[in-house]
Design a protein around this ligand. Sequence first.
Ligand code: S3P
Length: 472
Amino acid sequence: MGMAVPPLRGSIRVPSDKSLSHRIALFSALAEGTSQVSGLLDSFDVRSTLGAVEALGARLALQGDEDGLSGSITGWGARGPGGAVPRAAGGSGLPATASPAAAQTLQCGNSGTTARLLLGALSGFGVAVRLEGDPSLSTRPMSRVTLPLSKMGARFLPADTLALVSDGSAAPAAPDAGDVVPPPDTLPLVVCGSASLKAIDYESPVASAQVKSAVLLAGLNARGTTCVTEPYRSRNHTELLLPAYGARVSTEGLTVSVTGGQALHAHDCAVPGDPSSAAFLLVAAALVPHSEVTVRGVLLNPTRIGFLEVMRRMGADVSLDVDGEAALGSEQVGDVTLRYRKGLVATTVEAHEVPGLIDEVPILALLATAAEGTTVFRQVGELRVKESDRLAAIVEGLVALGCNATIEGDDLHVTSGRRPPRERRLQTHGDHRLAMTFSIAERVFGLDLDIQDIASVGVSYPRFFDDLERLS
Ligand code: S3P
């Protein structure tokens, strides 16, 4: 359309995987001993997790270069976070539940993974910790983890309860054992862990790796075997990585189980590239004639690359070169090449596919504007509770760009075709994936847009604009 847009060409590495980086930081902190880590993602979100585990007593000796953060993480192991109370399995006779008055505060920034995984991990220790987030994270639902964790025996208090305590003016009303007080749904809140959690068999209403991971991490310190069943399979990094740290985890169909009383032991890891970051560059190449882009060293875990399958169905020319050696025990890694091919067609993304591409819906929606027909993303209501209401924001942004997108119930419909943009100014609502999606739109449609809050790319892909430039 209009003037020719220069193709994207070249071979590139994207920054390390965000989901794995969070887990490596947290599991290394929980473990006994020193883990050597290589190439943790150096982004705002991962720094939130690193800052939190350091504040809780993990010792970090990390240095940054273009491959990310490398060095060592020494865990608190049997001492427990904050050096406070030993693990449940120790049966030390110390108080089983900590006092909220002693809570320290951790900043989770914009990161839902930091908040939800920490809530799970801390639930099994006799500590009281206050978690805070930025304005976006402070609106996101936490009851999806605080509910199951309460059933296991952890307590959650609204943070204002703690303010009363620090004033010395009132003590928090400790609920009686029989009381059913719904746990708070939003940050800031105080998690009061318990060294005597009991295992649960939890059927999660949402397919969420954060929920699954939070419950499993609590399960490591609970009496009995904790099981989590999800409606569809979400990313499985926690269950693949915990065994590398020495914990036995079993998966049967959509159920993952862990038996309590298992200690983690240090493990050395190198982190492959983030497929969710690669997706922006690959979709850009699929939209500009004569493009050919190879992204090297990308994590190719099947629960993460649903977007590649959808791109193929739409007619994109995607090829994979899988490395012989798996990384991190059982995670697949390899190179992905996208050669531009014309004639993209619409597809339907079914509900069961959504967890495997949840973070790629914004950029796939942009691709769908160039695919003949109407592409439907079914049951993507989860997008409403991401770093922004991504469902509304995708539609708002695509419509501003002159494209056709609507919300039908919980489905997103995108129909091919594009008129001139209605507006230059695009709102990202501070959401990194929207900032990158609209920046790709600007590049591939040859526009000059005024995209708001683009600094949010630092949440997951700090050198995004440099990498995009490098392929031009
Ligand atoms: C993540 C899980 C997903 C994803 C997020 C990272 C993880 O969230 O959107 O970016 O690392 O576990 P949900 O588990 O809430 O779907």
